[in-house]
Write a protein that binds this ligand. Structure first.
Ligand code: GLV
Ligand code: GLV
Length: 321
C-alpha cells in the first residue's frame, strides 16, 4: 500500500481504482495558480508517490525534503516542471501520460487554427451583440486552408496527429525536428522534412509541438517571426516559452504575421496584455488535453504506474525517463 498525494482534485471518478488499494490524499487546489516549493513540500513530505500537474515545481529541494518519495506520477505528457536530474539522483521514478492526449491536443490545435482563420470568436460576438442585420459579401473574410502549407515544429505523436488532420483539410505538410522522424512516420503523414528557416519561410500555418527544453526555449523569437509569411498563422499548443511572447506581440502589431492561436503562455496563467487586445489572436486557458475521456485516461495511466511501483513490477509503465 502506498501513500499517494494528489496535488489537486482530478476528474470525478478518475482515482477510484487507485483508492481501492492505496491511501490517497487529494489536496485542495492552491490558492494562487501554482504552488511554491515550500507548499508542495508541506503536502508531500510523507508521500511515497506524488501525483503532480505542470503547475507543481518538483525541484531538487522537493526531492531532498521528501525522503519517502519513490515516484512522481505526472498528470500530463510534458514534464518540464520536474527536475529530472534530481529525480534520478534521489532514485525517484518519473512517469507521465503520453499517447492518450494526442488526439485531444491535436483537435485543440485545429480548433484554434480554424477559429483564427475564420474569425470564429469575433463572429460569435457579432451575432450575440445583435449586429447581424443582413448577409454581407465582405463580412469577416477569412483564410482558406486547402492547398496551403502546414509547418509542424516537432513531429512527435501530437505533431503527427495534427499533420494527419492537415491532410484531411487538403494541406501540404512540412516539418522540422531536432532529429529527423522515422521514414514510416514521414510517409504516414506525407510530411517533408525541411530546415526550420525553410519551414518558417514557406508555411501558411506554423504549429508548435516540441517539448520545452534549452534548445526550444524562444525557438520562435523575433527573427523567426520575421522569416514567417505576413499571411501566416502561428498555433501554439506546446509550451508558452517556445515562443518569445513579447516578440510575438510586436510581430502581430507590425503585421509580420497574420494571426495566432494560443493555448499556452510563457507565464501561465498570466497572458501578455498585448495579446488580449488583438482581434487576430484566439486564446485558450491550456485546454489541450481537456476532454473528459482523455482526463479519465490520464488518471488511469497514473494509477497503472503507481500500481506497478507498489507491486514491484519489473517494468513501470509510462516512465518518462
Ligand atoms: C499538457 O500540457 C501536457 O503536457 O500534458
Ligand atoms: C507527445 O505525446 C508527443 O510526442 O507529441
Amino acid at each position: 500500500m502506498a501513500h499517494v498525494v494528489v496535488t489537486r482534485p482530478l476528474v470525478e471518478g478518475g482515482l477510484s481504482e487507485l483508492r481501492e488499494a492505496h491511501t490517497v490524499t487529494v489536496c485542495d487546489p492552491p490558492e494562487g495558480a501554482t504552488r511554491s516549493e515550500e507548499e508542495l513540500i508541506a503536502l508531500a513530505d510523507e508521500a511515497d508517490v506524488l501525483l503532480t500537474v505542470l503547475a507543481d515545481p518538483v525541484t531538487e529541494r522537493v526531492f531532498e525534503a521528501c525522503p519517502n518519495l519513490k515516484m512522481v506520477a505526472q498528470y500530463a505528457v510534458g514534464i518540464d516542471n520536474i527536475d529530472l536530474e534530481a529525480a534520478e539522483a534521489h532514485d525517484v521514478v518519473v512517469t507521465h501520460t503520453p499517447g492518450v492526449l494526442t488526439d485531444a491536443t491535436a483537435d485543440m490545435a485545429w480548433a484554434l487554427l480554424l477559429a483564427v482563420a475564420r474569425h470564429v470568436p469575433t463572429a460569435d460576438e457579432y451575432v450575440r451583440d445583435g449586429q447581424f442585420e443582413r448577409w454581407e459579401t465582405t463580412l469577416l473574410l477569412g483564410t482558406e486552408l486547402a492547398g496551403k502549407t502546414m509547418g509542424i515544429v516537432g513531429l512527435g505523436r501530437i505533431g503527427a496527429a495534427v499533420a494527419r488532420r492537415a491532410l484531411g483539410f487538403g494541406m501540404d505538410v512540412v516539418y522540422h525536428n531536432r532529429h529527423r522522424a522515422n521514414p514510416t512516420v514521414e510517409r504516414q503523414v506525407s510530411a517533408q522534412y525541411v530546415e526550420l528557416d525553410d519551414l518558417l519561410a514557406t508555411s501558411d500555418v506554423v504549429s508548435l509541438h516540441c517539448p520545452l527544453n534549452d534548445d526550444s526555449h524562444h525557438l520562435i523569437d523575433a527573427g523567426a517571426l520575421q522569416r514567417m509569411k505576413e499571411s501566416a498563422i502561428l498555433v501554439n499548443t506546446a509550451r508558452g516559452a517556445v515562443v518569445d511572447e513579447a516578440a510575438l506581440v510586436d510581430a502581430l502589431n507590425a503585421g509580420e504575421i497574420a494571426g495566432a492561436g494560443l493555448d499556452v503562455f510563457e507565464e501561465e496563467p498570466d497572458v501578455h496584455p498585448g495579446l488580449v487586445e488583438l482581434d487576430q489572436v484566439v486564446l485558450a486557458p491550456h485546454l489541450g488535453s481537456a476532454t473528459t475521456d482523455t482526463r479519465m485516461e490520464m488518471a488511469h495511466m497514473c494509477g497503472e504506474s503507481i500500481r506497478a511501483l507498489v507491486e514491484e513490477a519489473d517494468e513501470i509503465p509510462h516512465r518518462a525517463v
